[in-house]
Design a protein around this ligand. Structure first.
Ligand SMILES: Nc1nc2c(c(=O)[nH]1)N[C@H]1C(S)=C(S)[C@@H](COP(=O)(O)OP(=O)(O)OC[C@H]3O[C@@H](n4cnc5c(N)ncnc54)[C@H](O)[C@@H]3O)O[C@H]1N2
Ligand code: MOO
Length: 404
């Protein structure tokens, strides 16, 4: 039977993913990188008064219709200390950036275009147009209007606006909880003593980093041995901690010790798919256990990380209410590649720019899915569609950019 194409697998994993409905109220300092759960209405108007955009002199434009007008200086308006009176014909007020425009004034002449004269008079070296260098009250935002909409990602610009609208705290979507479980008798934690045949459970750390960067909260379930009891206890833990997603790593293939799927089925998981037309990552599994989405990643480090970028990152981003990171770009091959088989291939590679500023993607010689050093050196994945013919240096290709 033909394996499921990557695109179909992706739409099955992410198709019904919606931001988690749990919310929390955070200070602005804590809320950066989160997603607004409700519209945020301005609690004030900005600027609250018409203000000067420059350092100079506030004038009535009708007094300064051509260069050379001489006006009487009657006071000063600074930010935080406005001029109390009203500007009358023939008068001017010294004014600074951000200061309230005095009543009667309708224009600013910047100080570089003026000359102070004897006897408290100022000569305007230019004419003054109505509204010039004036920021009208409410030009930025007005009280009672939604300045930021629900669903907005709180980047530095949005945080700044939320603060300016006078919100010390905001209600945001809770981070989706992603439980991560490494499986395998051979695995130990980093820093532990290794016995014969043992290796370090490494890729779960990369997966956890990916989850956090995509907006998720990690529940670290550690390592489960290859036995049903250990796996069952880990599943219990994921369920009782209210995980939105369970990610298992390893034990996904067809070996006698690949028990993860059996353990999940025993608990009532409905399997959506298992095995897809992808290299690395063929034994990817997707299912659902109650409200918890289950993603079974292969154990090989490159396989789990590639599957993570393709399926887990978009899933977590959508559950967090964020936009899915756009990693797909066009590049030109820096080396020839052989024809491809039935699985869509994601080859580890490096990007560079040629003399014309075009992006060049060159694949590493070694592509085995166990190689963490190669993955760490890679900053892109070169996408080879199923049955792609042999490609030449300079051919255009799709790449997924891994580095920002
Ligand atoms: N007869 C077949 N054998 C295999 C097939 C197949 O179709 N038929 N598929 C191969 C492919 S493709 C992959 S990918 C692997 C995936 O296997 P599993 O998901 O069952 O992974 P494991 O056997 O548990 O581990 C594979 C490899 O990765 C190491 N590992 C496991 N967990 C971790 C971890 N957390 N950190 C670092 N390394 C880990 C493990 O020790 C193994 O070396 O199956 C092929 N076999
Ligand atoms: O798909 Mo496996 O992930 O080729 O190594």
């Amino acid at each position: 039977m033909a394996l499921m194409p990557v695109d179909e697998a992706l739409s099955r994993v992410t198709g019904d993913a919606k931001p988690v409905t749990r919310t929390e109220t955070l200070t602005l300092g804590e809320a950066a990188g989160r997603v607004l759960a409700r519209d945020l209405v301005a609690l004030r108007t900005q600027p609250p008064f018409s203000a000067s955009a420059m350092d100079g002199y506030a004038v009535r434009s009708a007094d300064v219709t051509e260069p050379g007008a001489e006006l009487e200086l009657i006071g000063e308006s600074a930010a935080g200390h406005g001029f109390e009176g009203t500007l009358r014909t023939g008068q001017t007020v010294r004014i600074f950036t951000g200061a309230p425009l005095p009543d009667g004034a309708d224009s600013i002449v910047i100080q570089e275009d003026t000359e102070t004269l004897e006897g408290g008079r100022v000569r305007m070296g230019v004419s003054a147009a109505e509204g010039k260098h004036v920021r009208l009250a409410g030009v930025d935002f007005t009280k009672g209007r939604a300045g930021l909409a629900a669903g907005r990602f709180l980047d530095p610009g949005a945080i700044t606006l939320a603060a300016a609208m006078n919100h010390p705290r905001v209600e945001v979507h809770a981070r989706p909880k992603v439980a991560i479980l490494a499986t395998g008798d051979e695995l130990k934690l980093p820093g532990e003593e290794l016995g014969p045949g043992q290796i370090i459970a490494s890729n779960t750390y990369g997966i956890a980093a990916m989850v956090r960067a995509a907006g998720g909260e990690v529940i670290d379930l550690g390592i489960a041995r290859d036995d049903m009891q250990a796996l069952d206890a880990a599943l219990d833990s994921a369920l009782t901690q209210g995980a939105d997603v369970l990610v298992t790593v390893g034990g996904a293939s067809v070996g006698d010790h690949d028990l993860v799927q059996d353990a999940l089925r025993n608990r009532g998981m409905s399997l959506d798919f298992w095995k897809i037309a992808m290299r690395p990552g063929k034994p990817l599994m997707s299912g659902r256990l109650g409200d918890m989405k289950v993603l079974g990643l292969p154990g090989n480090p490159a396989s789990s990380l590639v599957c993570g970028y393709l399926f887990l990152e978009p899933l977590v981003a959508l559950l967090a209410g964020r936009a899915v990171p756009r990693r797909l770009r066009k590049a030109f091959l820096g080396n020839a590649l052989p024809e491809n088989g039935e699985r869509q291939d994601y080859m580890r590679g490096r990007l560079s720019l040629n003399a014309e500023g075009q992006m060049i993607a060159s694949s590493f010689q070694l592509q085995d899915s166990s190689l963490m050093s190669v993955f760490a050196d890679a900053d892109c994945l070169i996408v080879r569609p199923p049955f792609a013919p042999a490609a030449h240096t300079g051919d255009e290709t799709d790449v997924l950019v891994l580095s920002a």
